[in-house]
Design a protein around this ligand. Structure first.
Ligand SMILES: NC(=O)c1ccc[n+]([C@@H]2O[C@H](COP(=O)([O-])OP(=O)(O)OC[C@H]3O[C@@H](n4cnc5c(N)ncnc54)[C@H](O)[C@@H]3O)[C@@H](O)[C@H]2O)c1
Length: 258
């Protein structure tokens, strides 16, 4: 997918960059001319993705392994971007996990992990990025929320609560940092066709036919479509947009189902 956005001379940090939406965001930023730091918990995958991208775009990407739940690692990732590209212009705060279970059976560890990665991790990365961006005179942060931070579904208590928290966090940071020229927005994807959804479908845990029928658009989204909407929020084209959550869900959350 081609976009009209130009990120030449800019440096982006993408978390959860080794697969799915994060990797599509990396590809979109590289395609738009940026240098990109890929940050992910999965060291082997993030290095493999970086090697592949560097073969086509020498010197444009680099990898760092770590967890967004560790504030020191979040700071190190932001510093790595400054070392790599001289600045930290954009952060795609994208790392996330699910952790679905019926609420009567949801165990403490699963609850804490989902909140820790999806919400606390998003804050630690945004805080580290905000410190760098405030110092350099501005920047843009795009948090990956979910349509399940805006509407709800059963058996997703921790995920929905965490992603709704990301939507609220986005507003707070946006109003705190607007006078420092830092914009903070969120992208809220609906169901997206990734390796994860494909695997769940093959295992019979996700009914793709039923999902397609439920989405007004009649299909799941693609990682490239989510990346393109994220690029808009990170780009100068959206220069007066801050504190917003852009729901990219093919109409799912607008449709009050029969
Ligand atoms: N796929 C969808 O349908 C969908 C829909 C709505 C929202 N989202 C959100 O989009 C984001 C990306 O999801 P995806 O579908 O691409 O998932 P994915 O599992 O393909 O990718 C997530 C990546 O995050 C990494 N990660 C996990 N925990 C981490 C941590 N603590 N620190 C650093 N990296 C970590 C994983 O290693 C993985 O590479 C998540 O925030 C998810 O909640 C996805």
């Amino acid at each position: 997918m081609t976009t009209t956005f130009d990120f030449s001379g800019r440096t982006a940090l993408v978390t959860g960059a080794a697969s799915g939406l994060g990797l599509a965001m990396v590809r979109a930023f590289v395609g738009a001319g940026a240098k990109v730091v890929l940050f992910d918990l999965d060291e082997d995958s993030v290095r493999a993705a970086t090697d592949t991208l560097n073969a086509d775009h020498p010197g444009r990407v680099t990898a760092l392994a770590g967890s967004v739940t560790d504030p020191a690692a979040a700071s190190a990732a932001c510093e790595a971007a400054v070392d790599f590209g001289g600045r930290l212009d954009v952060v795609m705060n994208n790392a996330g996990i699910s952790g679905n279970a019926p609420s009567l059976e949801l165990d403490e560890a699963t609850w804490r992990r989902a909140i820790d990665v999806n919400l606390s991790g998003a804050f630690f990365v945004a805080q580290a990025a905000g410190r760098v961006m405030a110092e350099q005179g501005g920047g843009g942060i795009v948090n990956t929320a979910s349509m399940y931070g805006v509407v709800a579904a059963p058996e997703r208590a921790a995920y929905c609560a965490a992603k709704a928290g990301v939507v609220a966090l986005t507003k707070v940071l946006a109003i705190e940092w607007a006078d420092r020229n830092i914009r903070v927005n969120a992208i809220a994807p609906g169901y997206v066709r990734t390796a994860l959804t494909e695997t769940l479908a093959i295992q019979g845990r996700l009914d793709l036919g039923a999902l397609n029928a439920r989405v007004p658009a009649g299909r799941l989204g693609t990682p490239e479509e989510i990346a393109a909407a994220s690029l808009f929020l990170a780009s100068d084209t959206s220069s007066y947009v801050t504190g917003q959550t852009l729901v990219a869900d093919g109409g799912w959350s607008s449709y009050s189902y029969l």
